[in-house]
Design a protein around this ligand. Structure first.
Ligand code: SAM
Ligand code: SF4
Length: 335
């Protein structure tokens, strides 16, 4: 039995998020500019390399794998990668294989995802209004995503909706989105907008809708009870007594969640980021490519990287300037 991955602050790292592409069929205003320059395809890890990389982590005790991007389901051949990860679920090494998606390709892939062993997925959707949806995603169309959600539920996938809380944009939909999720038996998590990437002229401070305010508004309509559930990530949960729903809040800016962090992020080019909010990374491509027959050098490099995982990040909106801002895009590190 290999030693599990423990970082210098005694946190066990058992959750890997993997960005499988930086490309996307949407252009959400808080995530990307309209004219993005994406990486040349040859820079990306091949599907076989992604398999070796993930398998190396699973061999070191990673139990949860979340596939993200960009939009993971626009990567060509991605279903074969999911199917190859099924073996780690079958062996019991991996507890959960999941993904975060914008839902645009779910109609096509929901059954295959279920067959590969995926049971729960996150679907990002910030508004249930067709026009607003087209405005916020620029290139997305709501009916396509709704058909994807239908297909996913028919396939047996449990869905959590992720919505970015945007001041003056979806504030007026707080209750209607909550009721819609309740009526479809879907969990809902609100995400505070983060200062990631250089995306043009968007006014981030104007977009920022503190979840404390959102929560207070929910409490005007429902009985809101804190639940102690922790996932090792930045989410905190409440239950709405009237609907029985679980609502999550991801508040990386106003809540210090770093002390229980159990995760690291791999980019589509093989860089391992130990913290979403810090620049330090380890390039795992050389040990991966230089030793095609031997996984030990790659696993040594992973251990060395985990040994440098920082204590926490430095985002701070409190001085009304976006301090600690990262030049990276979410679509690069994987949301
Ligand atoms: N394309 C997929 C999707 O949209 O679900 C997966 C990648 S996306 C980068 C992952 C999540 O990050 C989405 O829920 C998205 O809303 C969120 N996100 C992107 N940019 C963000 C930002 N600046 N602040 C907060 N959340 C952001
Ligand atoms: Fe694409 Fe997701 Fe970013 Fe929107 S949030 S542009 S869907 S990667």
């Amino acid at each position: 039995m290999t030693e599990p991955l423990i970082d210098p602050f005694h946190r066990a790292i058992d959750y890997l998020r993997v960005s499988v592409t930086d490309r996307c069929d949407f252009r959400c205003v808080y995530c990307m500019s309209e004219n993005m320059t994406f990486l040349p395809k040859k820079e990306l890890l091949t599907l076989e390399e992604l398999d070796r990389m993930c398998s190396a982590f699973v061999g070191l005790g990673v139990q949860k794998l979340r596939i993200t991007g960009g939009e993971p389901l626009v990567r060509r051949g991605i279903m074969s990668f999911f199917q190859s990860m099924t073996r780690h679920l079958d062996s019991g090494a991996l507890r959960e294989l999941t993904l975060t998606t914008n839902g645009s390709q779910l109609e096509k892939y929901a059954d295959d995802l279920y067959a590969a062993g995926v049971r729960r997925i996150n679907v990002s959707m910030d508004t249930a209004d067709e026009e607003k949806f087209a405005a916020i995603t620029r290139w997305g169309r709501l009916p396509q995503v709704l058909r994807g959600i239908d297909a996913a539920q028919r396939a047996g996938l449990r869905i959590k909706i992720n919505a970015v809380a945007l001041k003056g944009f979806n504030e007026d939909e707080l209750i209607s989105i909550t009721e819609w999720c309740a009526s479809r038996d879907m969990d809902l998590t609100w995400i505070e907008v983060m200062p990631m990437g250089d995306i043009g002229n968007e006014d981030r401070l104007g977009q920022y809708w503190p979840l404390k305010d959102l929560r207070a508004r929910l409490a005007e309509h429902y009985t809101v009870t804190d639940i102690p559930e922790r996932t090792g990530g930045p989410a905190r949960y409440v239950r709405l007594e009237e609907t029985g729903q679980k609502i999550g809040f991801i508040t990386p800016l106003t809540h210090n969640f770093c002390e229980s962090c159990n995760r690291v992020r791999l980019t589509c080019t093989g860089e391992l980021y130990m913290c979403l909010g810090q620049e330090d990374m380890a390039d795992l491509r050389p040990p991966l490519r230089n030793h095609p027959q031997d996984i030990a050098p790659l696993q040594d490099a992973i251990r060395a990287a985990i040994a440098r995982k920082p204590k926490g990040h430095d985002f701070d909106y409190s001085r009304q300037t976006v301090d600690g801002k990262m030049p990276r895009h979410m679509s690069h590190t994987g949301g």
